[in-house]
Design a binder for this molecule. Structure first.
Ligand code: ZN
Length: 1016
């Protein structure tokens, strides 16, 4: 492949060069004119190259060949490499080397480089063109995984020029990928004193790049994180001083920033590189990598498409595409991309590591003996290899393949195969202790698994060598905060919490152990083998509770929820640390469903399914907003299909997407129960027991394919959406201009006129509003006359117009006319929501509560999924003091407003009043599940428990009430009594002693104490 076409004699005839050029499709030019000033021509060619104008660069270099053949070959090959035309580039270099006059000496470049400080001229380093050609060849061959050729080429370069920087860089890299780490370390370190001694003589921007790369590697391995600052702030900018268009300086700075998690600076550097050279495929790939880190799949795909359009053989871009497909749950597409990456570079350990992860996930840990003799010398053989074969092939080549195992571990971790990931992180760290990545990733993973002590060890080890790692640094801070936390251990849970959340933790423990654990474990037929860790975060060290919670769960402060589950750990913000309270008990139950589902399926359960079960188990009706969103998206045909719904959780485009994903997931669960029976959930969970593929699981569970499953769901959904009863949303969407246009073409359209009236009213153009409303009613009346008598009343009715007109009447205090207008406009069989609502308000105001009630009841029958009618009814009953009727609309509201403590409190009070103790207990508990620190409610709950005969619970609630409000001696006495009723005489005695210490005369206390353990 690499044989040059023609063996030229010195001086080089243009023949071979043009043969090559023609092969590459480059037009031959008349070179005579330009050869007069080769320096200018070289400059032009170089500029084209650096600016990404590869065809123009090739063209100019080709013209340079007559006078400066070696420089021309070097430049042309780079222009070709920039476009991914690797074989041709290599061919050009090889041809130039073969025809180079061996005796040609290195030349001292005559440029004078001045030392800025003392203005003394200093000589540049010698330039040896033949060494340059060899070195360039070595680098490209290294990047293609052709290590044998790369070794020969770098050796040839160094034989001519022992300090050749690129050749030295390739040599160091070769030592690294052979696992000769100490030698590699020395080889990288060599660059640092070289630079310190010779910096004034370096005139080529490229040379600065190799020094920067080696210095960065040396800084990583020798644990000198401070050096990075020098490299990006001082060293790389020098390359730009030497050559302003040298974009690789920006590119390398961007990569270092990206490595140090400085996304802003990384983006800036990459943008600067692309500003100079928009055709830099490497930079587009680096931008894609950054986007992938932040789950910006659209951005990543745009950059990757661009990168590969320019350079179709960029290994890294193909590897990143594989990651992209994995993030999209498309295993086959990911493997196809890895095949392409292997084809570009069959030795790239980051690619082979990804492949190893696939093989491990399919077949588990290799059990066979590694066959070190077997060669994997084609991309096909590599793709077909087992895990053991891959490992053998890589280990044969590299004694310390830490990067190989690390790449595998990262992918295993992403796929939630934590057992395997842990082993390969450890293997990576063991094989290559210089690598900080495996320790930090392992530490973060162990945090998710709740193994905090081991996590701290790994994180501290990684922090020492990589203090820039934001997630590691944040997580170590979380561990410091957790050190100050209290601990409560129960039979199945361990709680960690701030002292301010002690009552919350006690209540949560009671709730989870008693109400949640037995129920859910029975439902799912599974008990987790170990205790579940539950951590509750409050404000600390000037950081809000939510910040700590988020840092605990993901290492970063952006989590959009108040609770989260990481497989064995549940994290939650303290409701006390949030601006508005939330139903913490519901959140904990939801997260515990995930704990069970994840563990019982060895983390195979897909997002949509466990969310379905979590939401279903919350047990509340779908909130009005969910129904509205579902109906809208269903009608627009933009609801999720099963294949897309996971993305709605992981990477929602809008917050609506996120909500819809939860909503639709829950409906999947309902649908399965409906279609496949009571055990449907357990069957599907079993389908995920040993594999993550949804189609496979569905087939195993229900013996149908996914398409059939989906068809059934669509039908179920259609039915369900048809039953959602919500009043149509008032069309505020329509713009004034649109309406005007519509009215110009249809001036007699009564509905449009009414809509215009509504828009005018909203704009406070009341006279106009009235004009349009009247016009609408008049137009409708005219149309009615043309209809048969039976239809006339219906046609003449324009409720929206009447409504607007009524409101204009109300503005001038004409309640009677407004009332009349609305009564005429109301159609009992198909009421208009605004007409009904306004009419009901007027009746209520006009002392006709029964009339108002009738309307609200009618509205509730028509639109049962809306909260507003229950709210209105409740307000009406409250105003009329009709407590007997109040509970019903409030209960409806409580279901729709899950975080509303006020409604629940009222319900509890109403229940107690009517001596319905079970309901009183239910609503009291529900209130405390939102606000556990409400002392009055704790005491109320205690009373309700007492009436319900639940004395032990009563004592628990009294303890909480007294803790929250120690200044109520009456509560203490009640507490003591309930303790006695629960048979806890000793505790009762202690409470009474305490009460009497404060108030020796407190009535009844002494008498109760004197009773001892005897019944009163
Ligand atoms: Zn969830």
């Amino acid at each position: 492949m690499l044989t040059p076409q023609v063996r030229p004699l010195f001086p080089w005839p243009r023949a071979w060069f043009f043969a090559g050029a023609a092969l590459l499709g480059i037009a031959a030019h008349n070179v005579a004119a330009e050869s007069a000033n080769p320096a200018n021509l070289e400059q032009t060619a170089r500029q084209h190259y650096l600016r990404g104008r590869y065809a123009e660069a090739a063209d100019a270099y080709q013209r340079l060949a007559a006078t400066r053949p070696a420089e021309a070959a070097l430049g042309l090959s780079r222009a070709l490499f920039g476009q991914g035309r690797i074989a041709q580039g290599v061919q050009i270099l090889q041809g130039a080397i073969d025809s180079f006059p061996i005796e040609a000496p290195a030349v001292e470049v005559q440029k004078i480089h001045r030392d800025a400080s003392d203005q003394r001229p200093s000589r540049s380093l010698a330039v040896d063109l033949l060494a340059d050609l060899h070195a360039e060849l070595a680098w490209r061959q290294f990047e293609s995984g052709d290590y044998v050729a790369a070794d020969a080429a770098s050796a040839a370069a160094l034989a001519r020029s022992p300090d050749h920087l690129l050749a030295r860089w390739v040599q160091a890299e070769r030592l690294r990928v052979q696992g000769k780490l100490d030698e590699a370390d020395q080889a990288y370190a060599w660059f640092v004193p070289f630079y310190n001694q010779k910096q004034l003589r370096i005139t080529r921007a490229e040379d600065i790049r190799w020094i920067a790369l080696a210095a960065a590697q040396s800084a990583r391995w020798q644990n000198r994180p401070g050096d990075f600052r020098f490299i990006v702030n001082r060293l790389l900018p020098k390359a730009l001083e030497l050559e302003a268009d040298y974009w690789p300086a920006h590119y390398e700075a961007g990569r270092l920033f990206s490595e140090k998690y400085n996304q802003a600076e990384a983006s800036r550097s990459f943008a600067a590189a692309l500003q100079i050279n928009p055709q830099s495929a490497e930079t587009h790939a680096a931008v894609a990598a950054l986007a992938l880190q932040h789950y910006d799949l659209d951005g990543a795909s745009r950059s990757l498409i661009r990168a590969l359009e320019i350079h179709p053989r960029l290994t890294q871009a193909h590897a990143l595409w594989a990651d992209w497909h994995i993030a999209n749950f498309d295993r086959d597409a990911a493997l196809a991309r890895l095949h392409k990456a292997v084809d570009c570079n069959p030795a790239d350990e980051s690619v082979l590591g990804r492949l190893l992860a696939f093989r491990l996930m399919e077949a588990g840990e290799p059990t066979e003996e590694p066959d070190y003799a077997r060669r994997l010398d084609t991309p096909g053989a590599i793709m077909a290899a087992t895990a053991a074969q891959l490992i053998a092939a890589v280990e044969t080549r590299n004694a310390a393949p830490g990067e190989f195992y690390f790449a595998a571990a990262v992918q295993l971790d992403d796929a939630r195969r934590f057992d395997l990931a842990e082993r390969y992180y450890q293997l990576a760290a063991k094989k290559m202790p210089r690598l900080a990545g495996p320790q930090s990733a392992l530490g973060l993973m162990l945090m998710r698994l709740g193994r905090e002590d081991e996590a701290r060890q790994a994180l501290e080890a990684s922090f020492a060598s990589d203090p820039f790692h934001v997630r590691v640094a944040n997580t170590l801070q979380v561990l410091d905060v957790l050190d100050t936390y209290q601990k409560l251990e129960t039979e199945h849970f361990i709680f960690r919490y701030d002292a301010r959340d002690a009552l919350l933790a006690r209540s949560a423990a009671r709730y989870l152990e008693r109400d949640v654990y037995p129920q859910l474990c029975r439902q799912f037929g599974f008990e987790p083998p170990g205790k579940t860790l539950i951590e509750i975060f409050h404000h600390a060290k000037n950081t809000p509770g939510h910040g700590w919670f988020s840092a605990r769960m993901v290492g970063l402060p952006y989590l959009g929820t108040v609770g989260a589950c990481a497989g064995r750990v549940v994290g939650m913000v303290s409701p006390d640390a949030m601006p508005s309270p939330f139903h913490w008990a519901r959140v904990l139950k939801h997260e515990f469903v995930h704990i069970l589902n994840l563990q019982q399926t060895a983390f195979h359960v897909p997002h949509w399914f466990t969310e379905a079960l979590a939401v279903m188990n919350e047990g509340d009706p779908r909130p009005e907003g969910w129904n509205r969103l579902l109906a809208r998206r269903y009608r627009a045909g933009t609801h999720f299909k099963l294949d897309e719904i996971n993305l709605g959780f992981i990477r929602p485009h809008t917050s609506d997407d996120w909500t819809l994903a939860y909503c639709q997931a829950e409906i999947y669960a309902e649908y399965m129960l409906h279609r496949f029976g009571k055990d449907a959930i357990a069957r599907l969970l079993a389908g995920f027991a040993d594999q993550p593929d949804t189609a496979t699981a569905i087939y195993r569970a229900f013996a149908i394919d996914q398409a059939d499953f989906e068809r059934g769901y669509e039908a179920f959904l259609e039915d369900l959406v048809a039953k959602i009863q919500l009043a149509p949303e008032t069309s505020s969407e329509q713009s004034f201009v649109e309406l005007e246009r519509a009215l110009q073409s249809e001036p007699e359209n009564a509905q449009r006129l009414a809509e215009m009236a509504a828009v005018q009213f909203a704009r406070e153009q009341f006279a106009e509003a009235r004009k349009f409303a009247e016009a609408a009613i008049a137009a409708a009346a005219r149309q009615a006359k043309t209809r048969p008598p039976a239809e006339r009343t219906a046609v003449a009715r324009v409720p929206l117009a009447s409504y607007v007109l009524a409101r204009t009447r109300l503005l001038i205090g004409d309640d009677d006319e407004a009332l009349q207008l609305l009564e005429q406009a109301l159609d009992d069989a198909a009421p208009h929501p605004e007409v009904l609502s306004l009419l009901a308000q007027l009746r209520q105001r006009g002392n006709d509560p029964a009339g108002a009630e009738k309307l609200y009841v009618l509205a509730r029958r028509n639109w049962p999924h809306e909260a507003r009618w229950s709210k209105a009814l409740a307000a009406l009953y409250l105003a009329q003091q009709e407590e007997a009727k109040l509970a019903e609309p409030l209960e409806h509201l409580a279901g729709l407003e899950v975080d509303n403590a006020v409604i629940r409190k009222k319900l509890a009070q109403l229940a107690l009043k009517r001596r319905d103790f079970a309901q009183a207990v239910r609503w009291a508990e529900s209130t405390l599940h939102i606000d556990v620190n409400d002392a009055q409610m704790q005491r109320f709950a205690a009373v309700a428990y007492t009436f319900a005969g639940r004395h032990e619970d009563a004592a628990f609630a009294y303890a909480a009430a007294v803790e929250l409000k120690p200044t109520e001696p009456a509560w203490q006495l009640e507490w003591a009594k309930s303790l006695r009723r629960a048979g806890q005489y000793e505790q009762a005695r202690r409470v009474l002693v305490k009460l009497l210490e404060r108030d020796p005369q407190y009535p009844g206390a002494k008498e109760l104490l004197d009773l001892g353990s005897s019944e009163p």
